[in-house]
Design a protein around this ligand. Structure first.
Ligand code: NAI
Ligand code: A1CAB
Length: 275
């Protein structure tokens, strides 16, 4: 989705903490027609955000917007919570992208906010191929109608029904791109150690993963069936898959990875609470 999908959107948007992640969402929204004059971004440096939207280094003089995107780090939230609370009025829809921080903790910190939504985007939203997982305190059906229009240009939109699974969703979708990049790097690195030229290995590993990912988007087959289609019986691929599958090594590694990321969410939530 590109072009003017968001051209008719009205209502002002304040992005409090417009760094890497919120900045990627903003870039995509602007690309899809969001009017820059509706947006104000706050970032500590005051350095202009995408599309030259009004960028401030603090919130002096601002009043409650219709939509407030909360994009600071969880650990930095206690420093700004009182200020964000002042800006989160009864007509403000707050969307927090902070990892780990629960709706209950957000409500305690922002008692006057109209509605609070917890969202988990990932970096590929920058080109519309991301995922945004969402959960609201209440009125999920009404809110989803309102928010899907804004979120759809970012990629797959998933409303989550139980907050208990939100940190696991975050581990899979928000952190997931980093895990995949690490795997690509490890495959390229292994190829280099086994004798390939580093630049060629890097180039081919990236192209292979991009091709495999795009093929997956176009296919209804399960990942297991897709792997089986590559692996000729008794062939080279099967020899490699046997290593990944032996003693459930890959499955265990992935479970440990997601578990560690999910547990870190709890710690981040604690660091976002005010003492
Ligand atoms: N990087 C990622 O892939 C994802 C990040 N997130 C969440 O997004 C949030 C931001 O992460 P990143 O964008 O990676 O970090 P970042 O460090 O790039 O962005 C944080 C932003 O907050 C601003 N900020 C910090 N303290 C401030 C203050 N006192 N006043 C005004 N602005 C202040 C910084 O200037 C910066 O623009 C985190 O809560 C993280 O959990 C969520 C999904 C994915
Ligand atoms: O690493 C983090 O805590 C954030 C959440 C998901 C991606 N980045």
């Amino acid at each position: 989705m590109t072009g003017k999908a968001l051209a008719r959107l009205d209502g002002d948007m304040l992005i409090y903490g417009c760094g890497t992640m919120a900045g990627a969402m903003l870039s995509r929204w602007l690309e899809c027609g969001l009017k820059p004059d509706l947006v104000t971004a706050i970032r500590k440096s005051g350095a202009p955000a995408a599309g030259n939207v009004t960028t401030l280094s603090d919130s002096k003089g601002l009043t409650a917007p219709s939509l407030l995107i909360l994009g600071v780090k969880p650990q930095g939230f206690p420093d700004v919570a009182a200020d964000v609370s002042r800006l989160a009025g009864p007509h403000t829809l707050v969307i927090s992208i902070m990892a780990g921080v629960s709706l209950e903790d957000l409500r305690l910190a922002l008692p006057d906010a109209g509605q609070i939504v917890r969202a988990m985007p990932n970096m590929p939203v920058a080109n519309g191929r991301g995922i945004v997982a969402l959960i609201s305190e209440r009125d999920q059906a009404t809110l989803s109608k309102q928010l899907n229009k804004l979120m759809a240009p970012l990629g797959l939109v998933e409303w989550i029904s139980t907050e208990a699974s939100f940190n696991l969703v975050t581990a899979l979708t928000g952190c997931g791109p980093a895990f995949i990049y690490r795997i690509v790097g490890a495959m390229a690195g292994a190829a280099v150690r086994l004798g390939l030229d580093p630049d060629a290995a890097d180039r081919m590993a990236r192209a292979m993963v991009a091709g495999a990912a795009l093929t997956m988007l176009d296919s209804d087959e399960t990942p297991a069936a897709m792997a089986a289609a590559v692996a000729s019986p008794g062939g080279m691929t099967q020899a490699g898959l046997d290593v990944l599958d032996s003693d459930g090594r890959l499955a265990a590694l992935m479970a440990d990875t997601l578990r560690a990321a999910r547990e870190r969410g709890r710690e981040l939530a604690a660091s976002a609470r005010m003492d």
